[in-house]
Design a protein around this ligand. Sequence first.
Ligand SMILES: Cc1cc2nc3c(=O)[nH]c(=O)nc-3n(C[C@H](O)[C@H](O)[C@H](O)COP(=O)(O)OP(=O)(O)OC[C@H]3O[C@@H](n4cnc5c(N)ncnc54)[C@H](O)[C@@H]3O)c2cc1C
Length: 486
Amino acid sequence: MTVPEGRVRVLRDGPVRAERDYVLYWMTSFRRARSNFALERAIEHARALKKPLVVFEPLRVAYPFANDRLHTFVLQGMAENQRRFAASPVHYFPFVETEPGEGKGLLEALASSACVLVGDDWPSFFVPSMQAAAAKKLEVRFEVVDSNGLYPMHDTERVFTTAHSFRTHLQKVLPPHLMAVPREDPLEGLSLPKLAALPRRITWARAPKDLLAASPAAIAALPLDHSVGAVKMVGGSAAGEARMKRFVEHQLVDYAEARNEPEVDGTSALSPYLHFGHVSTHQLFARMVRQEQWHIEKLGKSIGGSREGWWKLSPPAEAFIDQFVTWRELGFNMSSHCPETYQSLDSLPTWAKATIEAHAKDPRPHLYSLQQLERSQTHDPLWNAAMGQLRRTGWFHNYLRMLWGKKIYEWSKSAADALHAMEYLMGKYSLDGRDPISWSGYFWVLGRYDRPWGPERKIFGKLRYMSSDNTAKKFEVKNYIATFAP
Ligand SMILES: Cc1cc2nc3c(=O)[nH]c(=O)nc-3n(C[C@H](O)[C@H](O)[C@H](O)COP(=O)(O)OP(=O)(O)OC[C@H]3O[C@@H](n4cnc5c(N)ncnc54)[C@H](O)[C@@H]3O)c2cc1C
């Protein structure tokens, strides 16, 4: 097997059942046919056993926040997967529920003919508990594979509490992992026996064409929250790869200066594609280092966690890699190692809990209800515009997310209320919400990964403070406000 063993966790032990009909890959998070260690592991099992491979990609209707926006994006990805698998011997089975619970029993029925079940090791939202429940019930060996990032989540047991300490660690341990990459196109030249048909007991129908085409009429017929509409951004690996190419070839060069400018299209906007697994950071890394004509021998010795200088890439590439490797994978480190607490206020550093507690009773000059926040009904035009961009486009800018979160804290009765508001608004409207780094962001607002700041202020105490006035002084925001004002 070529997939590194350190990326594989066995959720249900047992022998591989060679007498059964096929290998089953349950695709829930790495929704792509390329650069995917989980798919590669399933292929390796199928080749070793000389069995067909079934890729099962389901979409339920009753998960939290299920709405037209999220469904459309995921369905566009499923349509692309169907195209990619159609040209291979893999049996691709896309399944979309049309009513809650319709898919109940389907995985079990599929797994009962499987030699081995492979799944995606993704440490957030409902995925870990859904997989744990499956592992208890299904009578088949069940492996989950980590294809989240450049650094395998379970390579270390340590939980990192600052980006600096995680960067220091990566500078020591990452190089060998950069050599162990998933195959860009594991379907290329793939030879496997083809499955003539799924077993007869699989009476569930594959998703019909109109649903896979994400047709508005088909989506309107599903029991979803239709108040959150589809957006312009198109889901799927092809769209994600095109965006990645455009960003790396044309925009990366200005990333370091442009990334904080709300009025400039200066970042990759790849977060929705990374979130749904339509593209991988391995693909992004490979494309970037090709562009930069970089090779691994260029890597320097560990430089004690400094942000720049270790990779020996251009300054904008180093700034970008610090986001999609250090900061992104820091969030995966926390959620994979602290599944019980990464979404809880208890996980905050001691100083942050103390300062929040000390200022809990400070009067709040502005208090807004969740509904007022959701409708952009605050006194702050920049904040209202940021919320407007999120509501209308399903994505918004990193610098404004920081400001957005800080103001929610300032305008809420408590840290718990602020956390709830951030989880709700991002979960509902953001294509990239419900991700390990969603909780990194919400908790960064409340002090995680940060340090105490002075002077101590009302409400914030020693938490880092941000204001819309300062943001407007630093960056052009007039057009942004005009564009996204409610
Ligand atoms: C309050 C708050 C909430 C957030 N919620 C989410 C969320 O729900 N989902 C989400 O994906 N990101 C979230 N972030 C992190 C960050 O804002 C977004 O990842 C980024 O703005 C996405 O835009 P981009 O793809 O153009 O980023 P780019 O600047 O192009 O960066 C490339 C990738 O690096 C990663 N990245 C960038 N910034 C960060 C960061 N600060 N922390 C961790 N990873 C980062 C993302 O995967 C991103 O797609 C949040 C940040 C804050 C402060």
